[in-house]
Write a protein that binds this ligand. Structure first.
Ligand code: ADP
Ligand code: MG
Length: 390
């Protein structure tokens, strides 16, 4: 990485991030802990990251003045969400080092390109078809049904997805989605879901955490299990190799999350299928903040700043529980107040809240990491927490 980023320089470097959500906030915290100045570009004056950063550029993500201001402030720039316009990253990259690059982010933004990239990486994904026009619909291979219709762009937390049982439902669902480009994926019998988080440096060096097992509820991550035995060892090793292959194939720089399905194929372990990538730290890596030598946000700082990537060590088995708005609000919209005193008094509970002012159902407000000396104590504490949070 050119310039003054890193230690030993008299000038303090500034690291920038596109997006001011919770992932940006945790990146800013990690960068500041290492003495960097930070800058966030996000139009929202109340954005979780903007409020804790040294600089907050409050413009749209494609605003030329805002982008020029950000590159002027920063020595290097990253992103915290995949839907930042790829063109904006390109504009920034003409001025400053940007990681991940526009091309990698563009791939993650579009399920059609993402799937072609998986094929090019030699990694198996779910059987799918591209649906961009009525002809595609008419000539569809019915073996893909029942399936899930997913918009090619802008889907997250299960949004922009419709489960369809037959051709008629598929046609209706595509109408409902306003006939935007989509992929239809075959509905797979899932045994489990898992993900791998890795960081890749400018020099191609890769470090990775062991695969974690994820439980989703209503398309949103609910729980991450991060401990030995959470997945069959051979499966975890295959996930790691697949994630590395995907990162290399696209010459990725920065933190990358690769999400997988473990599909029931009749074998005791199940088969591994890649689902999607996130060109940034990921909700399923939040446990690393309390359970590992370095968090995924530390890795984002290291990789962006061109520092040698550290050897990773997980020092405690861990479980992460997502805290959605529902924790503060019941289904009828009535406020709830869990007994936080009791939760925090339990051994190994670490509360992270993102500074969001309004709790809405399904909105990610924070997470609770639980660590312990051994797995039975970890599971026991998790049961107690789950009871207290309801
Ligand atoms: P998002 O971008 O919203 O995270 P995903 O494609 O990861 O979208 O889908 C969200 C969840 O829906 C997955 O984590 C999984 O639980 C379920 N899902 C998605 N695709 C399939 C599929 N082909 N077969 C079975 N379940 C699926
Ligand atoms: Mg997903």
């Amino acid at each position: 990485l050119p310039g003054t980023v890193g230690t030993g320089s008299t000038q303090v470097a500034t690291l920038g991030v596109m997006g001011g959500g919770q992932l940006g906030r945790m990146f800013v915290h990690a960068a500041q802990r290492m003495g960097f100045f930070t800058a966030v570009l996000d139009p929202d004056p109340q954005s979780p990251a903007g409020r804790v950063s040294h600089h907050h550029v409050q413009t749209a993500y494609d605003d030329a003045t805002g982008l020029a201001h950000l590159s002027q402030l920063c020595d290097a720039i990253t992103t915290e969400f995949e839907n930042v316009p790829a063109l904006s990253l390109q504009t920034l990259a003409a001025q400053r080092p940007v990681a991940p690059g526009a091309q990698a982010v563009a791939v993650a933004q579009n399920r059609i390109e993402e799937k072609s990239h998986f094929v090019a990486s030699g990694v198996l994904c779910a059987p799918y078809a591209v649906i961009e026009n009525a002809e595609h619909l008419a000539t569809l291979d019915t073996a893909l049904l029942p399936g899930i219709l997913k918009t090619a762009r802008m889907g997250y937390d299960g949004k922009g997805q419709v489960r369809v049982a037959n051709a008629a439902e598929l046609a209706a669902a595509w109408e409902d989605l306003k006939r935007v480009p989509c992929v239809l994926e075959k509905m797979l019998p899932l045994k489990a879901e898992c993900s791998v988080l890795l960081a890749r440096g400018w020099d191609g060096q890769i470090v990775a955490y062991p695969a974690q097992r994820n439980v989703h509820v209503d398309g949103i991550l609910a729980v991450t299990h991060a401990y030995v035995g959470n997945l069959p060892a051979a499966l975890a090793a295959r996930a790691l190799a697949a994630a590395q292959s995907i990162a290399r194939q696209i010459d990725y720089v920065g933190v990358l999350c690769v999400e997988f399905f473990v599909v029931d194929d009749g074998s005791p372990e199940g088969d591994l299928i890649v689902n999607e990538i996130a060109p940034r730290p990921h909700n399923s890596g939040h446990y690393t903040m309390d359970a590992c030598s370095h968090s995924q946000f530390d890795l984002q700082v290291y990789s962006l700043a061109g520092l040698a990537l550290p050897e990773l060590r997980q020092h405690s088995p861990a479980i992460m529980l997502n805290l959605l708005g529902d924790v503060w609000q019941d289904a009828a919209g009535k406020p709830r107040t869990p007994d936080w005193q009791a939760v925090l008094a339990l051994p190994g509970t670490h509360l992270h809240l993102y500074g969001k002012l309004a709790a809405r159902p399904g909105r990610k407000m924070g997470h609770l990491n639980i660590t312990a000396g051994d797995i039975p104590s970890l599971l026991a504490t998790t049961r107690q927490v789950a009871e207290l949070l309801g």
